[in-house]
Design a protein around this ligand. Structure first.
Ligand SMILES: [Zn+2]
Length: 361
């Protein structure tokens, strides 16, 4: 709608120039009102701090702006790629195995935003996707899924709180999106490295047609959930597959995820909001010198009490545990020798930082 359109509403009367001017002002007021009203509908989409490419569409907004009623009465959802899906509005539909309390319950949109906000800054900043909080399940797809540009959160038949279930599912699905965006080529050496590190190269056991927990993509999404998610998303730290070790226990795997994320990072580490050992410098460092250790999520001035750091070698063995001094400094011990090491916060932190120690000058 333009000013001209609004003026046109009044054009039947013969008007003096003064009256035209008043109408022009009136038209602008109407235009502004229309614009504000329209944008308040669009503003129902939620954004995520530090994630310019992520949009969360709450269930009410999905219903309002992403569905239509087909001639046969079916409610149809259209995704961001233009694909249409019939929705199941009745929990007693034969496709719904358990009708629960008799109604569908969507994911809590603010909880979804909270989960996404807790992801490491590099991940949030680099992702482009729409998260649809579905009001009803899609016919034929009665669980949450992901494409390379969208996450579809399927409602449950019981209320879903802002809890372990929500955080786990959202983070797991983001793991799928991340893999589809950055590691989709099975021939990618980085993907092959992952399969090898995880010990899942045996294609007879681990393949896309295997039971859910044995599909490499699912194992990756689970590792992503545990290593990149917040405390609620991590849960016990175990993954869906009962035969695989918890990823956090494998420094090689943790290091793989850390370096993978860093390779695609578009944001500065300082934007992280999770309290983690985030950066050391200088890096590489000569043996016998001090490094400065930074913890994300707080400034160095705000550090309270001593912080302890574990030092791991490339084979994942803890070779030392040290205290960071009040200035955030740590001495690189000569007995470590030179090479690649990983530093990890002793308590709480799960993500190690890679450190290269070189011969002293
Ligand atoms: Zn999955």
């Amino acid at each position: 709608m333009t000013v001209h359109d609004v003026e046109h509403l009044f054009s039947s009367a013969r008007l003096a120039s003064g009256q035209v001017r008043i109408l022009r002002v009136l038209a602008l007021v109407v235009l502004v009102w229309v614009t504000v009203t329209t944008s308040s509908v669009q503003a129902a989409n939620l954004s995520v701090t530090g994630a310019p490419g992520i949009v969360v569409v709450p269930a009410t907004d999905v219903l309002e702006n992403h569905t239509f009623r087909a001639p046969d009465g079916t409610l149809v959802f259209v995704d961001n790629a233009g694909l249409a899906y019939a929705l199941i509005e009745d929990p007693s539909d034969p496709e719904i195995a358990n009708s629960g309390d008799g109604s569908f319950h969507s994911f809590d949109a603010p909880g979804v935003v909270e989960t996404l906000t807790a992801l490491p800054g590099e991940i949030r900043a680099g992702l482009h996707l729409t998260v649809f909080v579905l009001p009803y399940p899609r016919r034929g797809i009665t669980s949450s899924t992901a494409t390379s540009s969208a996450v579809f959160l399927c409602p449950g038949v019981y209320p879903i709180g802002n809890d372990v279930t929500l955080h786990s599912i959202v983070t797991h699905e983001i793991g799928h999106v991340w893999q589809k965006q950055f590691l989709s080529d099975p021939a990618d050496p980085s993907w092959q490295e992952y399969l090898t590190l995880r010990g899942i190269t045996d294609e007879a056991t681990f393949n896309a047609q295997a039971p859910h927990a044995y599909r490499p993509n699912e194992i990756f999404a689970e590792d992503f959930r545990v290593l990149m998610g917040d405390a609620l998303a991590q849960g016990t730290g175990e993954v869906e597959n009962p035969e695989l070790a918890a990823p956090g226990d494998d420094p090689g795997l943790v290091g793989y995820f850390v370096s993978l994320v860093a390779a695609y990072a578009t944001a500065k580490v300082s934007s992280r909001e999770i309290e983690e050992l985030s950066r050391v410098y200088p890096n590489p460092v000569p043996v016998g010198q001090f490094i400065t250790v930074e913890f994300a999520g707080q400034s160095r001035e705000a550090m309270v009490g001593p912080r302890r750091v574990s030092v791991l070698d490339v084979r994942g063995r803890v070779i030392d545990e040290l205290e960071v001094d009040p200035q955030g400094r740590l001495l690189i011990e000569r007995e470590w020798g030179t090479g690649v090491f990983w530093l990890r916060e002793k308590t709480g932190g799960s993500r190690p930082v890679r450190l290269t120690v070189v011969a002293s000058r």
